[in-house]
Design a protein around this ligand. Structure first.
Ligand SMILES: [Zn+2]
Length: 100
């Protein structure tokens, strides 16, 4: 049997294994984990499909936005930003009113 069919034990070996940061120090496991998720285009937090060119799914993108707003004390809202636009595009799945 080929090695590919063997059950994987131990560390993952891919292009991210043993990756180094800009200053030459090795990346932490957590950072590599996030890079792997980034490469697969899934949310860093919940592994749902991420928004295009984003790190998170829409739900976590909004959560991250609101967290940073709070931290930075922002008053303005950039309504044209991707997370607002995508939220507006999203069809409301819950709170459906019955017509009959
Ligand atoms: Zn998510």
């Amino acid at each position: 049997m080929s090695d590919q069919l063997k059950k994987r034990v131990g560390k993952i070996k891919d292009k991210f294994t043993g990756m180094k940061k800009g200053d030459g120090t090795p990346m932490s496991r957590q950072q590599i984990h996030m890079l792997r998720k980034r490469a697969r285009g899934i949310c860093w937090i919940c592994s749902e499909p991420a928004i295009p060119d984003g790190y998170f799914c829409l739900r976590h993108q909004i959560a991250a936005r609101e967290r940073m707003r709070k931290k930075l004390g922002c008053k303005k809202r950039y309504k044209g930003s991707e997370s607002y636009v995508l939220k507006a595009q999203q069809k409301p799945t819950k709170k459906k009113k019955k017509t009959r």
